[in-house]
Design a protein. Structure first.
Length: 119
């Protein structure tokens, strides 16, 4: 299983960025794909989660600003980030949680992509 995240960069406050996570998950039944972030000196936190059912949840501080979407044909999940704030600065990771052929659940992480928001 491989997760390839991309799309990070630097932007001014109020700007937008779009992240993508392409998942190669042969043999894994994915339950959910999530976006997480980790700011310097902080714990990794969940930003958004999209379940295989289509249900999407967001952290309170990104609701209304961030939008998750997915393209099943491309095995890609996107995170559109609008109205970015300085406190959104972090390394963003995508995660896939699912069931392997051995009926054991697994967590897989992408490599992380830096998002920097400056005033």
């Amino acid at each position: 299983v491989q997760l390839q995240a991309s799309g990070g960069g630097s932007v001014r406050t109020g700007g937008s960025l779009s992240l993508s996570c392409t998942i190669s998950a042969s043999g894994l039944t994915i339950f959910a794909v999530g976006w997480y972030r980790q700011a310097p000196g902080q714990q990794r936190e969940q930003v958004a989660l999209v379940y295989s059912t289509g249900l999407i949840t967001y952290a309170d501080d990104v609701k209304g600003r961030f939008t998750v979407s997915r393209d099943n044909a491309k095995n890609t999940v996107y995170l559109q980030m609008n109205s970015l704030k300085r406190e959104d600065t972090a390394v963003y990771y995508c995660n896939a949680y699912g069931l392997g052929p051995d009926l054991i659940t697994y967590d897989y992480w992408g490599q992380g992509t830096q998002v920097t928001v400056s005033s």
